[in-house]
Ligand binder design. Structure first.
Ligand SMILES: Nc1ncnc2c1ncn2[C@@H]1O[C@H](COP(=O)(O)OP(=O)(O)OP(=O)(O)O)[C@@H](O)[C@H]1O
Ligand SMILES: [Mg+2]
Length: 306
């Protein structure tokens, strides 16, 4: 440092070179102790999802273990194969399907999955009508899912008919294949919380086979409003302040209503899409439209039937 200053009095150019070197050294030291956020690229992929902190945390952990395992492998250390099958529990519209879809892309980028495609199946896709058909149908779906994610919605419906039901055969076939270490696919079973609890109770062996059981909590009002604004922005619309208040009070009522099953972000999407239609109907009666007219969804457009 002192030396650099002395040199600077004699020759500014040399000083610059010396300073530069010093910075480089600093960088090298910092790099060693991680300056960058290693989860940046995952955060980016989830940036359009509001909330879901537990899920995001879990994916970061998976990324960390996979990356460090790779390093261990390079050094000749033992690594255990990471089982990534998951259970998603959450009420309607909490993001289970959308997240699973996004995970397929993320796992592909992480080189966990070779293809990264997403296959969505339900009971009817797996369960046959006569003996032997179910195992065959389930195997076919698993085959199609190789290299990607197999997402089974309303998974508890597989346990619907009890011991004698063919759903049991589908579960057994799935379990057999998910444990086969050669298989390159991730199985995600999803469903509503109570039903999934019941499903796991009926199949106690399953819990230990799914290292990741993720709860998708209901969104709070602020999160729902944030989702609404984002959905509007994605479509190049905006909510006026009054429209936002109207949306807020509508969501409060819907959430408090215990008779209908509140559908969280899907409810928000429906309201936004409804408002967009109502705005169009309102504007079609007008001769001239400013850009603001075309962009803003007003309180009037949110005149939702309650
Ligand atoms: N965290 C979020 N941020 C932004 N949008 C979201 C979020 N969660 C869900 N959505 C949106 O809400 C809608 C419904 O989500 P999705 O279909 O994934 O819910 P789900 O949990 O699978 O519902 P269901 O149980 O009824 O199948 C989608 O349009 C999705 O993009
Ligand atoms: Mg869904």
């Amino acid at each position: 440092m002192l030396e650099a200053q002395n040199v600077s009095q004699r020759n500014g150019k040399i000083n610059i070179v010396l300073q530069h070197k010093k910075n480089e050294n600093n960088h090298q030291i910092k790099d060693k102790y991680i300056v960058k956020n290693p989860f940046n690229h995952i955060d980016d992929k989830f940036s359009s999802f509001i909330g879901l902190s537990k899920l995001k945390q879990t994916v970061n952990e998976i990324y960390a273990i996979l990356t460090i395992n790779k390093k261990r492998q390079e050094m000749g250390l033992t690594t255990t194969k990471q089982v990534l099958h998951m259970l998603f529990k959450g009420n309607p519209g909490t993001g289970k399907t959308s997240v699973a879809r996004q995970l397929a892309k993320i796992y592909y980028d992480m080189e966990v999955l070779s293809k990264g495609h997403f296959i969505e199946a339900e009971r009817a896709d797996l369960v046959g009508e006569y003996i032997g058909q179910t195992a065959q149908k389930t195997r076919n779906i698993i085959q199609k899912s190789m290299g990607g994610i197999l997402f089974i919605d309303e998974a508890y419906s597989l346990a619907r008919g009890g011991e004698k039901d063919f759903g049991k055969e589908a579960i057994d076939t799935l379990v057999k294949h998910m444990e086969d270490k050669q298989n390159d696919f991730v199985l995600i079973l999803a469903g509503y919380p109570n039903e999934m609890e019941y499903f796991l109770k009926l199949n106690p062996g399953l819990t230990s086979r799914f290292p990741f059981i993720i709860d998708f909590d209901d969104y709070n009002i602020n999160q729902l409003i944030e989702i609404a604004k984002q959905m509007a922005t994605e479509r190049e619309y905006q909510l006026t302040k009054e429209a936002e208040w109207k949306m807020r009070s509508y969501l409060y009522k819907q959430q408090a209503d215990t008779v209908t099953n509140f559908s969280n972000a899907r409810c928000v999407r429906n309201v936004i899409e409804y408002a967009i239609r109502m705005q169009a109907v309102r504007l079609i009666h007008q001769e001239n439209h400013s850009t603001d007219d075309l962009i803003y969804l007003t309180e009037e457009d949110l005149n939702i039937q309650e």
